[in-house]
Design a binder for this molecule. Structure first.
Ligand code: HEC
Length: 159
């Protein structure tokens, strides 16, 4: 019984330590993995698709000037490198698990991630450091984008 309670005590101490520890190599590695398989580079890294993912890591997630136009207006993949510098890990986890964004950003995929996974994404992107400029601002429907934009058709009418 005594061994068990010591075990529990040790386990809780470890968990408490982990929660407060600065980003370790393991967490950063996991963040890199999640960003890659989560498809964040597909939109947030210029040239990712056309080069088959051969963009140097220092250039990942700087946002894109190519917009997505649809019934929602025109949206631009944000510069996540700058975004993460301006928030704490806790703020990121909170906003990523609750915020709804415009199409085609798959915000619902972020909501499906565990707080640990979101924290790992933050650790990786934050460690990459700031780079690039802010993406162009959102344009409401009816406003023509000045630069290139991918045109989405209106969704099919409800049956
Ligand atoms: C299909 C393209 C696409 C993919 C894939 C994608 N995003 Fe986005 N993302 C966008 C667009 C477009 C916006 C701008 C949405 C808006 O204006 O509301 C955006 C916005 C965001 C924002 C809000 C930024 C801000 O300024 O507050 C965050 C955070 C974000 N994306 C994170 C991610 C992460 C993390 C992943 C990978 C899991 C990801 N995105 C995958 C297109 C994408």
């Amino acid at each position: 019984m005594k061994t068990l309670s010591i075990g529990i005590l040790l386990a809780s101490a470890c968990i408490a330590g982990w929660a407060q520890a600065p980003a370790g190599r393991g967490e950063i590695e996991r963040g890199r993995y999640l960003v890659t398989i989560g498809g964040c580079n597909d939109c947030h890294t210029p040239g990712w698709g056309p080069t088959g993912g051969k963009v140097p890591e220092q250039e990942w997630l700087v946002g894109d000037k190519v917009g997505f136009s649809g019934p929602w207006g025109t949206t631009y993949p944000a510069n996540l490198r700058l975004l993460m510098q301006g928030m704490t890990q806790a703020q990121w986890v909170q906003s990523a698990s609750t915020r709804q964004l415009r199409p085609p950003m798959p915000w619902f995929n972020l909501h499906a991630m565990t707080p640990e996974d979101l924290a790992a994404i933050y650790a990786f992107v934050h460690a990459l450091g700031p780079r690039g400029e802010a993406a162009p601002a959102y344009l409401p429907p009816g406003q023509k984008p000045a630069g290139p934009a991918i045109l989405f058709p209106a969704p099919p009418a409800a049956q």
